[in-house]
Write a protein that binds this ligand. Structure first.
Ligand code: ADP
Ligand code: MG
Length: 249
């Protein structure tokens, strides 16, 4: 089994503001890889780096083993890196159907779009009844379904998802997480899931990373992290984590 996405010694940030330090990251094929950590540690910046949206100082980014460190963002989308940002992922003034059409504009093959729509409606039967509603009138959970569908309709090879449960009611959180697992199983798509809600995310993940201050402080299976006796302390930064770094190596 290979890695769909990999970074080696990645240092990145926003212009002069250094955010990510020496990240060696691997997202295996056919797996859900979860990145957890408190607010402001660099989770979103890592996804943006994979999409080519931040400044890379050193290190490499690979997609299916190919070096994409210098590839422009739109090209990364075209080769199949699907990205669902935390905010600004739908057009509120357009209908659900118009949103889907916008997202699909890069797909040349009409039959592919129809095939993807069928899969999307299997995953989210509710969306089918909302096609002509303005996206802005949808509930938080429904918008999230639309944003996810907008990535899926482009037939990606991997899906990067940034905090899909942010701002959702607690009872929806479990549902949304389960849907990601279901989607990964239905499509066989590898998923890189960024979440602040560590326990909930780890329950649906296969592999896990924990981040603090732009570095990984844990790398292992989701189960190992979930069952780690110091999960909470590590998360809160209440214990010295250096000794726990890369427990599998
Ligand atoms: N556009 C930006 N310009 C400058 N600094 C930023 C920008 N976006 C985020 N940062 C900084 O980068 C750090 C990591 O942010 P982020 O990746 O958004 O964290 P997380 O997703 O883990 O909450 C924070 O210190 C944040 O202030
Ligand atoms: Mg974030």
């Amino acid at each position: 089994m290979g890695n769909i996405i990999e970074t080696k010694g990645l240092n990145a940030g926003y212009g002069p503001i250094h955010v990510l330090y020496d990240l060696d990251f691997e997202a295996p094929d056919e797996a859900v890889t979860v990145i957890v950590g408190p607010n402001g540690v660099g989770k979103t910046t890592l996804l943006k780096a994979i999409m080519g949206l931040v400044t890379i100082y050193s290190g490499k980014i690979y997609f299916q083993g190919k070096d994409i460190t210098k590839m422009p963002p739109h090209e990364r989308t075209r080769i199949g890196i699907g990205y669902m940002p935390q905010v600004g992922n739908i057009f509120s003034r357009l209908t659900v159907w118009e949103n889907l059409k916008m997202a699909a504009y890069i797909v040349k093959d009409q039959s592919k779009i129809e095939e993807k729509l069928e899969m999307i409606f299997t995953l989210f039967p509710k969306l089918k009844g909302f096609l002509h509603r303005k996206a802005g009138t949808l509930s938080g959970g429904e918008r999230q379904m639309l944003a996810e569908s907008m990535v899926l309709i482009r037939d990606p090879r991997v899906m990067l998802v940034d905090e899909p449960t942010a701002g959702l009611m607690p009872k929806l959180v479990t549902e949304v997480m389960k849907k990601f697992k279901e989607m990964a199983e239905l499509t066989g798509l590898p998923v890189i899931l960024v979440e602040q809600r560590a326990r909930r995310a780890l329950q649906v993940g296969d592999y896990a990373y924990m981040m603090r201050h732009g570095r990984f402080i844990f790398k292992g299976t989701a189960k190992e992290l979930l069952n780690h006796p110091h999960l909470t302390e590590m998360y809160l930064g209440a214990i010295e984590v250096r000794e726990l770094r890369y427990v599998r190596e």
